[in-house]
Design a protein around this ligand. Structure first.
Ligand SMILES: C[S@@+](CC[C@H](N)C(=O)[O-])C[C@H]1O[C@@H](n2cnc3c(N)ncnc32)[C@H](O)[C@@H]1O
Length: 244
């Protein structure tokens, strides 16, 4: 990897690689607490594009004016998704995250009206059923972060007919998680909870932390081996409750 001659990039890759190997959630959230002040700079170095990809996918499908939409950014981190949403005219933004350090950075941006500490998958979201026009979770559905068992809770707080935008990585170590998560997404669709509008595979998700993490997909002949791939999903919650 040619970029590895850059010592700053090497340092960032080592930090992110460390984070990928933390399998205990408490440990991982502590890691984020300490990473919070450098997070934005580090992910910019990695050319992390998930927030802009997810928000552009959501914005194209939303049928109400952005200024009228109440949005939940789940696992909001430092607020990079809010930056993208604000650029597109969204102004009613709530966020939750399991790391107090990351939330402090998000609060400092001044873009969210409401920010709360919440460990997704372990406690309920602090909102009544059917609150949000759209819910996003970007960059957080992976091993030892947010378990995909948290997805029904995202659905609960979404309005009937509202949108849910989710992302995950397709790097080698995340593939077992991604496969199991997709089985659950499909099951929810078969049960009538939501319908899939988009599944958008993206080759250049972010720079790979190691060559082993790059998955060689024969259909992606133009894939750059410096990058890992990822995927953006967009769902619309059903108007009717699914049958039990
Ligand atoms: C890679 S960052 C993504 C942040 C932001 N969405 C973005 O795209 O920049 C992952 C975030 O998920 C949060 N997180 C990880 N596991 C969590 C959990 N179980 N509950 C709540 N937040 C969690 C971390 O604290 C961190 O802020």
């Amino acid at each position: 990897m040619a970029q590895d001659k850059n010592p700053r990039l090497q340092e960032v890759k080592a930090r992110v690689e460390t984070s990928h190997h933390i399998t205990d959630l408490d440990h991982k959230l502590h890691f984020y607490d300490h990473w919070a002040t450098n997070y934005d700079q580090d992910v910019a170095t990695l050319q992390y594009r998930a927030p802009s990809l997810a928000v552009s996918c959501l914005a194209q499908a939303l049928t109400i004016p952005p200024a009228e939409a109440l949005i939940l950014d789940a696992a909001c981190g430092t607020g990079l998704v809010a930056v993208e949403l604000t650029t597109r005219g969204f102004v009613q933004l709530h966020g939750v995250d399991g790391s107090a350090g990351m939330l402090a950075q998000a609060r400092a941006r001044g873009l969210y009206q409401n920010l709360q500490l919440c460990t997704l998958g372990h406690e309920p979201l602090p909102s009544p059923e059917g609150t949000y026009d759209a819910v996003l979770m970007v960059g957080a559905l992976s091993d030892a972060q947010v378990p995909y068992s948290a997805i029904p809770e995202l659905l609960r707080v979404t309005k009937p007919g509202g949108l849910l935008c989710l992302t995950t990585r397709s790097n080698l170590s995340n593939l077992p998680y991604k496969t199991s998560m997709e089985a659950m997404l499909d099951k929810l669709e078969q049960a009538g909870a939501w319908e899939r509008l988009v599944a958008w595979p993206v080759d250049q998700w972010e720079l790979a932390t190691s060559e082993q993490e790059v998955v060689s997909d024969p259909s992606a002949s133009t894939a750059d081996p410096s990058f890992i791939s990822g995927i953006v999903y967009l769902y619309r919650k059903s108007l009717q409750r699914p049958q039990a």
